[in-house]
Design a protein around this ligand. Structure first.
Ligand code: NG1
Ligand code: ZN
Length: 557
């Protein structure tokens, strides 16, 4: 039994972790993110709130220390709810409140949450924590633990983990092992077992049309110099040589995310430093905490080709759709995207594949929640973060069909494949390792090379830019962030600019993880896209009080 929390002890802890200035922290798209040297009090206080959350849910709660794709000098923290999902939105305000009050107000602020949520503080609490490879993560982890201990709670520190691994651990802890063993080895065992089983069931002889290119099991990985580079090597030990992975940017030299990693590859639309692909070689890129994955290759003309989250979502959706119809199950399957999804992918899904597509605001929590509305919900952000969710009903039907002796052997095999596929997907959050195994299985089943996969549809040229403004919170958006409602005149200006181009689309929104406004544009040619992105950036700079140098036109313009 844990000790009951003591306001004096929580307050006393602030002496060791004082707030240094009046900087206001906001719990954004992925928790708190800021320069690591400002975060000590934020971690301490996140520990305090995590304990209250655990008491209120009467279950273990996770806390991950990472700033994902941000530069190495940044860090961050996010709370994970008992089933491994993102923190319930109504609690984001509590964490922000606790993090932003003065040191001497801490006890009262905690008591306020206890009263509002009617929390029984004699309830035992348990916190599960992990961290990425940033140099600052170790000491921030200690700040967090100090907060947890000050509240009289118990904890388990897993040390280095990918973000999705920690989400997995939290779910395992709270489901009595039904989801998997709450151990790093347990995670590898679960994924590798499902992967090897599924692979056996979908050997090309049985499955779907055979493509021209031929599957290759060789992969070149850009590990972003992060935790994914370490963990993939652990995973490989369990895969019976089914995949050959050469790890580049493994953290032995370069800095985390510096000129590498999935965010860099997506934004620059080019290969990362440290991985120069040979023509046709299959390459992948993880982000700093391995919850994103992108595929890329250099084609025969030397052109860089990116297979982003949208391409991964369409590949997975088509595969699952085929298996579901093979079994003869009636399941409502849909794909969830954000405004950043390439227009071609949305058209392909809706018009060619006849799969319903939902668009939600940026941030995993929005995608995840929407995907739960489908029997099989596939969600992916264009940047490579995504997974597949199966409703309980869908899972039960699939498991039952896989054991139904009255079904033909083809149908049963398809159901068994779906059953293994459920075990292969991380049902808590996007997971670069699990997604890689699933994509590789599908390419293997179809006997596809990356170029076969890429030929499904052609992305519209697109560009993302960042604009620095005095206060990014003055930008308000609506319609799943596809339109702005303030500052006045900005949306009209964007509409006018978009009209000048063919197949054009553009929107702006404040980032939830960086102190910038993001601009997105797509159009018929790269030249037009770059011009549109520049023109919209300039409008943002002018109408939203840009700071520093104004955006510059694309080179040569
Ligand atoms: P912000 O900074 O709010 O755009 C970015 C990504 C999100 C999500 C979070 C969390 C883009 C355009 N945005 O959010 O999709 O992944 O980081 O890491 O890629
Ligand atoms: Zn990430």
């Amino acid at each position: 039994m844990a000790n009951e929390w003591s306001p004096t002890q929580a307050r006393r802890g602030t002496a060791k972790h004082p707030r240094k200035d009046d900087k206001v922290f906001t719990y954004g798209t992925a928790g708190f993110r800021a320069r690591a040297d400002t975060l000590d009090p934020v971690l301490y206080r996140s520990g305090l709130v995590a304990v209250l959350r655990s008491m209120s849910k009467k279950a273990a709660v996770g806390v991950m220390i990472t700033a994902s794709h941000n530069p190495e000098c940044d860090n961050g923290v996010k709370l994970i709810d008992p089933m491994g999902e993102m923190l319930q939105v109504s609690w984001e305000k509590y964490v922000s409140d606790i993090v932003n009050v003065r040191d001497d107000e801490i006890s009262d602020a905690l008591q306020k949450i206890i009263d509002e949520e009617k929390i029984d503080t004699s309830q035992a609490a348990y916190i599960i924590t992990g961290r990425d490879t940033r140099p600052s993560s170790c000491s921030l982890s200690q700040s967090l633990i100090d907060g947890v201990v000050a509240m009289g709670a118990e904890y388990k520190d897993y040390g280095l983990l990918t973000t999705p691994q920690l989400h997995y651990m939290v779910r395992c802890h709270n489901t009595g092992g039904r989801y998997g063993e709450p151990l790093e080895e347990g995670y590898y065992k679960k994924l590798s077992k499902a992967f090897l089983q599924l692979r056996q069931k979908v050997t090309p002889e049985f499955q779907i049309p055979i493509g021209e290119g031929g599957y290759k099991n060789e992969i070149f990985l850009d590990g972003a110099n992060g935790v994914g580079a370490l963990k993939v090597q652990q995973l490989l030990k369990h895969l019976d040589d089914a995949l050959k992975i050469t790890v580049c940017n493994d953290g032995s030299q370069g800095k985390l995310n510096e000129n590498c990693g999935a965010d860099y590859v997506k934004l620059h639309q080019g290969a990362p430093k440290g991985l120069i692909p040979e023509a046709g070689a299959k390459c992948i890129s993880f982000d700093g905490d391995a919850d994103r994955i992108l595929y890329f290759y250099k084609d025969g003309n030397g052109k860089f080709q990116l297979l982003d989250g949208d391409k991964i979502a369409t590949l997975i959706a088509s595969f699952i759709k085929e298996l579901v119809s093979e079994v003869g199950l009636s399941l409502n399957l849909g794909v969830v995207q954000t405004a950043y999804a390439n227009g071609s992918s949305t058209r392909y899904l809706e018009d060619e594949m006849k799969v319903p597509v939902a668009c939600v605001p940026t941030g995993v929590k929005h995608l995840h929640r929407k995907a739960e509305e489908f029997d099989v919900g596939i969600y992916f952000e264009a940047n490579g973060h995504g997974t597949v969710l199966f409703s309980q009903d869908a899972e039960e039907k699939i498991r039952a069909a896989s054991k139904d002796g009255s079904l033909s052997s083809e149908k049963r095999l398809a159901a068994e494949s779906l059953s293994s596929l459920i075990d292969l997907t991380n049902q808590t959050v996007g997971d670069a390792l699990a997604d890689m195994l699933l994509v590789e299985t599908i390419l293997f089943a179809r006997h596809w090379d990356v170029s076969d996969w890429n030929s499904a549809y052609t992305d519209l040229p697109n560009r993302q830019l960042k604009v620095k403004v005095k206060d990014r919170t003055i930008i308000h958006t609506t319609d799943a962030e596809r339109r702005t409602t303030s500052p006045a005149g900005l949306q009209d200006a964007i509409d006018e600019l978009v009209k000048k181009y063919t197949k054009a689309r553009s929107f702006v929104r404040p980032s939830g993880t960086e102190d910038i406004v993001r601009v997105y544009a797509e159009a018929d040619t790269q030249e037009n896209t770059d011009m549109l992105a520049y023109e919209v950036s300039l409008k943002v700079f002018q109408l939203a009080q840009g700071i520093g140098d104004p955006p510059q036109p694309p080179a040569g313009k």
